[in-house]
Unconditional design. Structure first.
Length: 566
C-alpha cells in the first residue's frame, strides 16, 4: 500500500531535517506500529521533540503548551479512560465549562479528538506539547491514577476471587452490583492480591479533598501503591465494607470487620478491617493476617542463640509470666504465637483473650474480647481460671485489674503470656509498678521480658560493604570485640528489593529476672537502675542487639539508628 507524506513530514523534508526516504520510512513504520509519526521520529532520534513541536505549531497554527509548567495533579484524569489515553497518546489538561483541553504532539491526529469528544460529550480543543514531555507526563499520570480499572480488564481471576462468608451480604446490597462498578471490584481485588504478593502488612485506602491514594506498608514503611480517581472513593469504601460484612449505610462512626480471601484451593488470607470517618470520606485500613507468619518457627524470628535459649527455657517452666513489649507493629503477636505453637500439645489446655483474634491457631481456645457486651480482658481471664487452663495468653495488659488477675494466675500454677506497649524491658517493669502492681508480685512472678523491634533486612543480592571509620563505629556503640568481627554493609537497591532492603528481622532485648534484678524490683528501682542491672547481668539492650545484627551484615547501621536509641 502506497503511503503519502503528510504536511508535517513534507515540512521536515523542505527544512532539510530529514530526507524523503527517511520521511516515507517513518510514516510507514509509524502506521505499522500504530503510533503517530511524531512519536516514531522522536523515539528513533530522527528529529528533536522541541523542533517537531515548533514546526508543527508553525505548519498548523496550533499553540504550544509547556508541560514543564503544568501540575499533573490538576489534570481531569477521571474524564478519559486509560485505554483512550494510551491508544491515542494524548493528555487531558484542563476542563473549563463544557470545553476539555487536551495535549497532543501530532496535530494531524484528528481521530483522537473525535473519540474524546464522543466519550466525554465535551467540546475538545487541542494544544501542542513536546513528544518527549508528553510521554513522561502520560506515564506518570497513568501510574499515579493507576487506572487499573481499565488495565485489569484482561487479568484473569480478578472478578472471581472467593470472599468467604460474604455472599449473603453482597446479594443484599445493590451498591456495587451494577456493571458500571465491575472495575471497582477488580481494582479492590487487584490491590489485595498485589499487597499479598509484595509482602505488605497493611493497606491504607485514604480519601483527601482533591485526591485519593492507596498505600501499602512494606517492611514497616508506607509506600504509595495507587492513586485512583477521587470520585471512585465512595464506591471503593462500599465494596470493602460489603466484603467485611459491615454496615454500608453507617459512615459516621468507626467499624471493625474481617475479610477472608480464598486465593487458591489450599490457601486463604485473613484481613482485619477498620473504617474511620475522616473529613473527606472513610479511611479504611486492612491488616493482613497470614497464619504462615505464626508458624515460621523460632529460628526464623532473628533471636540470637543466647536469647533463643532464654525464651525456650522460660516456655518450659510450669508457671510464671512472660511479657513481650514494644510499639504497635513490632512483631509482638508473632513472638507470642510462636511460643504458643511450641507449647501447643494434646496434653495442654491453652486459652487466649485477644482484641481481636488476629490468626486462628488450631488446638488453641481463642476468645475475642468485646467491651460493648462486657467481655474485657479481666472478665475473660476470670473465666479462663474456671476452665482448667495450663497456659493463658492475654492480648495486652492495659489496667491494674487485668495485671492483678494475670499475676494471680501465674502464682497459682499457670503459665501466663501477655504484651505491653512500652519501649524497653526496664520500662515494662516500671509501667506495671505505676499501674499499682505490688513490687513483690512482679519480682516473684515474672520469668522473662522480651522487648523487640523489627528492622528491615538488607537485600542479599545487592548489599555492598560500607566504609565506616572506627571512631564513628565506636561513637555508635560498637565495642572493640564487635568491630573486630564486623562486616558492615549498606543498602544499594535492585530489581529484587525495595531500596536495598527485603523482608524484616527481629531485634530483641531478652531479660531473665535474676535474683539481683528481683532485688532492684523489690526496692522499686527506676528504669535507669534496671537497665544498668540488665547490662551488668549480660543481657544485651535493643541497641546492642541491633549493632550485633549490623556487624553480621543482616541490616544496616542507618536502619538500627532509625528504630533504636542509645
Amino acid at each position: 500500500m502506497a503511503v503519502s507524506l503528510g504536511g508535517l513530514a513534507k515540512r521536515l523534508v523542505r527544512e532539510d531535517l530529514i530526507n524523503e526516504d527517511e520521511a516515507l520510512t517513518a510514516t510507514q513504520e509509524a502506521l505499522k506500529e500504530k503510533k503517530t509519526v511524531v512519536a516514531y521520529m522522536v523515539e528513533h532520534d530522527l528529529v528533536a521533540a522541541s523542533t517537531l513541536a515548533q514546526l508543527a505549531a508553525d505548519e498548523f497554527g496550533t499553540p504550544i503548551f509547556d508541560l514543564d509548567a503544568f501540575d499533573l495533579e490538576l489534570a481531569p484524569k477521571e474524564l478519559v479512560s486509560s485505554s483512550l489515553l494510551q491508544s491515542h497518546h494524548i493528555l487531558p489538561l484542563v476542563k473549563r465549562g463544557n470545553r476539555l483541553f487536551i495535549g497532543l504532539s501530532d496535530p494531524t491526529n484528528l481521530l483522537a479528538i473525535d473519540e474524546i469528544k464522543f466519550h466525554t460529550g465535551l467540546s475538545v480543543e487541542a494544544v501542542l506539547v513536546e513528544e518527549d514531555k508528553l510521554t513522561v507526563s502520560l506515564e506518570k499520570l497513568l501510574d499515579d491514577s493507576s487506572d487499573a480499572f481499565g488495565a485489569m480488564d484482561d487479568e484473569e481471576g480478578l472478578d472471581d476471587l472467593d470472599i468467604v462468608d460474604t455472599k449473603k451480604a453482597e446479594d443484599e446490597s445493590s451498591v456495587v452490583d451494577g456493571a458500571d462498578d465491575a472495575p471497582v471490584v477488580r481494582f479492590i481485588n487487584q490491590m489485595l492480591l498485589s499487597a499479598i504478593k509484595k509482602g505488605a502488612s497493611d493497606l491504607h485506602f485514604e480519601p483527601y479533598e482533591k485526591s485519593y491514594r492507596v498505600r501499602f506498608r512494606i517492611d514497616g514503611i508506607l509506600q504509595v501503591a495507587s492513586k485512583p480517581p477521587i470520585g471512585l472513593g465512595p464506591k471503593m469504601s462500599a465494596r470493602l465494607k460489603i466484603m467485611s460484612n459491615l454496615d454500608i449505610s453507617e459512615r459516621r462512626v468507626p467499624q471493625d470487620g474481617r475479610i477472608k480471601l480464598k486465593i487458591s484451593k489450599t490457601k486463604s488470607i485473613d484481613f482485619r478491617v477498620n473504617t474511620l470517618p475522616t473529613l473527606f470520606g472513610e479511611k479504611i485500613v486492612l491488616r493482613i493476617l497470614d497464619s504462615a507468619a505464626a508458624k515460621m518457627g523460632i529460628d526464623a524470628l532473628g533471636y540470637e542463640d543466647d536469647q533463643k535459649d532464654l525464651y525456650m527455657t522460660a516456655l518450659q517452666k510450669p508457671q510464671g509470666m512472660i511479657l513481650v513489649t514494644g510499639p504497635t507493629g513490632s512483631g509482638k503477636t508473632v513472638s507470642l504465637y510462636t511460643g504458643l505453637n511450641i507449647l501447643n500439645q494434646e496434653g495442654t489446655n491453652i486459652s487466649t483473650a485477644e482484641d481481636p483474634v488476629e490468626i486462628n491457631l488450631d488446638g488453641i481456645n481463642q476468645v475475642n474480647v468485646n467491651n460493648r457486651v462486657g467481655l474485657d480482658f479481666a472478665v475473660a481471664l476470670r473465666s479462663f481460671l474456671r476452665q482448667d487452663p495450663d497456659i493463658i495468653m492475654v492480648g495486652e495488659i492495659r489496667d491494674l485489674e487485668t495485671a492483678s488477675i494475670g499475676i494471680k494466675a501465674a502464682q497459682t500454677g499457670h503459665m501466663v503470656m501477655s504484651t505491653l506497649h512500652t519501649n524497653s524491658a526496664a520500662e515494662t517493669l516500671t509501667r506495671m509498678l505505676n499501674m499499682g502492681v505490688p513490687s513483690f508480685n512482679l519480682a516473684t512472678t515474672i520469668n522473662l521480658i522480651i522487648a523487640q523491634r523489627l528492622a528491615r533486612r538488607l537485600c542479599s543480592n545487592c548489599k555492598q560493604p560500607a566504609d565506616i571509620p572506627q571512631d564513628v563505629l565506636r561513637k555508635e556503640g560498637f565495642t572493640t570485640e564487635l568491630m573486630n568481627t564486623a562486616t558492615i554493609y549498606k543498602p544499594v537497591g535492585c530489581s529484587n528489593c525495595n531500596k536495598g532492603y527485603k523482608g524484616r528481622v527481629g531485634i530483641y532485648e531478652v531479660v531473665r529476672i535474676t535474683p539481683t534484678i528481683s532485688k532492684i524490683i523489690m526496692e522499686e528501682g527506676n528504669s535507669i537502675e534496671l537497665s544498668k542491672a540488665f547490662a551488668d547481668e549480660g543481657f544485651n539492650s535493643l541497641r546492642k542487639s541491633g549493632l550485633v545484627k549490623v556487624a553480621k551484615g543482616v541490616t544496616s547501621l542507618e536502619e538500627v539508628n532509625r528504630i533504636t536509641t542509645d
